[in-house]
Design a protein around this ligand. Structure first.
Ligand code: SAH
Length: 363
């Protein structure tokens, strides 16, 4: 989108080459490797002349101004709240595991999909994120993971933060290519999650990189899904299954379904039977997530016993199903809890950071 000011991780390598046309040719590699290979800010690239560093900093500032950082799970989950150049705010979650780190990135400020049980959906849509705003979320999270007590490399990216990735297709896909090609994250460790935007899934199938596809299903009959995930009225389950089938046929990747378990709504035996039939036909893996609480949705998550019984039913019916551990629930960083409308009222007294640079970069 042309209205975005240039930013460090938004510029393409070719555009940077142009901006460095007056420099020796090896400078391009030094800058690019410094930003992406070594994850260093421009000011730390001491192989560059000082004047060039400050020129690059002026020309290509970072896109994310830190607002707060909240930590939970004994330091293993960090939620970042960022302010963008126009005042929009988004969140990113870093999850550390013993041997790896996963970053959950946002692709939009807000979301237009209006799923009632999701905090981002409740808040409504603000705007698409630009590629630089998406990529920078990973870079900053990776910088933090690298200095953890046990340093980790970011190995997995899930496009499961705020927004609907396939409704911001071009920027999401540019970010995927940048994360794969320049940050070095393999396609099978990149997962794009969607509410089921069928034309987006069909476009994904045409791309060269075989990323994982996750579909937020939550219901396997159209009546209930129309209610829970309103986009189902446009792309009903049969059409969605067809697009998933075609994706699998060309990509040979695992398809997964996300299913937030809502007490008395989609956790009944009949729901398990419908889901089992739908998932089995696509050999999909099912991730069960007990519904996380959000301010605008009265219903609660299923009990742990119910979640386990539901999982057992799926497994008995021949479906691969796992219960997903909830990360970051107490800092509202868990699935469906990302909403910056209540950014000032985070429950876990976040670290408040002073912005490191002026909020407005539109000069
Ligand atoms: N819009 C995309 C990307 C967001 S992923 C998508 O929907 O797939 C966020 C995941 O959290 C989705 O699977 C979403 O359905 C799920 N989710 C939303 N609200 C939730 C809640 N309150 N509890 C648990 N999961 C939730």
């Amino acid at each position: 989108m042309s209205t975005h000011p240039p930013s460090r991780y938004g510029i393409t390598r070719d555009e940077l080459a142009e901006a460095l046309a007056d420099q020796p040719r090896y400078r391009l590699d030094q800058v690019w490797d410094g930003w992406y290979g070594q994850l260093r800010p421009t000011s730390d690239l001491t192989t560059l002349p000082k004047a060039l560093r400050s020129r690059l900093d002026d020309l290509l500032p970072t896109a994310l101004a830190p607002v707060t950082r909240s930590v939970s799970d004994d330091g293993d989950t960090t939620k970042f709240l960022w302010r963008l150049h126009d005042g929009a705010t988004v969140e990113t979650v870093l999850m550390l595991y013993p041997d790896r780190a996963t970053v959950c990135v946002s692709t939009q400020a807000g979301c237009a999909m209006a799923c009632g049980f999701c905090a981002t959906g409740q808040a409504g849509f603000e705007r698409h994120l630009h590629v630089g705003e998406i990529v920078e979320q990973v870079i900053v999270a990776a910088q933090l993971a690298a200095v953890a007590t046990t340093p980790r490399r970011v190995s997995n990216i899930v496009f499961m933060g705020m927004g609907e990735p396939l409704a911001n297709y071009d920027n999401t896909w540019s970010a995927v290519e940048r994360l794969n090609g320049d940050v070095g994250i393999s396609a099978r460790h990149l997962t794009v999650s969607t509410v089921g935007i069928v034309p987006g899934i069909r476009r994904l199938a045409l791309e060269a990189l075989p990323v994982n596809l996750a579909v937020s299903l939550h219901a396997a009959n159209d009546d209930l899904r129309n209610e829970l995930v309103p986009i189902n009225r446009r792309y009903p389950l049969a059409v969605l299954a067809e697009a998933c089938r075609d994706y699998l046929a060309v990509k040979n990747r695992r398809l997964s379904f996300e299913w937030a378990m809502i007490d008395g709504v989609n956790d009944r035996d009949s729901d398990a039977a419908e889901l089992a039939a739908y998932a089995r036909a696509l050999r999909a893996h099912v991730n069960l997530i007990p519904l996380n609480p959000t301010p605008g949705y009265p219903t609660v998550g299923s009990s742990p016993q119910r979640v386990r019984a539901f999982r057992d039913r799926l497994v008995d019916a021949g479906v691969n199903a796992t219960i997903r551990a909830n990360r970051g629930t107490e800092i509202d960083a868990a699935c469906g809890q990302l909403s910056t409308r209540h950014g000032d009222a985070l429950s876990a007294s976040p670290v408040v950071l002073a912005p490191t640079r002026p909020v407005s970069l539109t000069d």
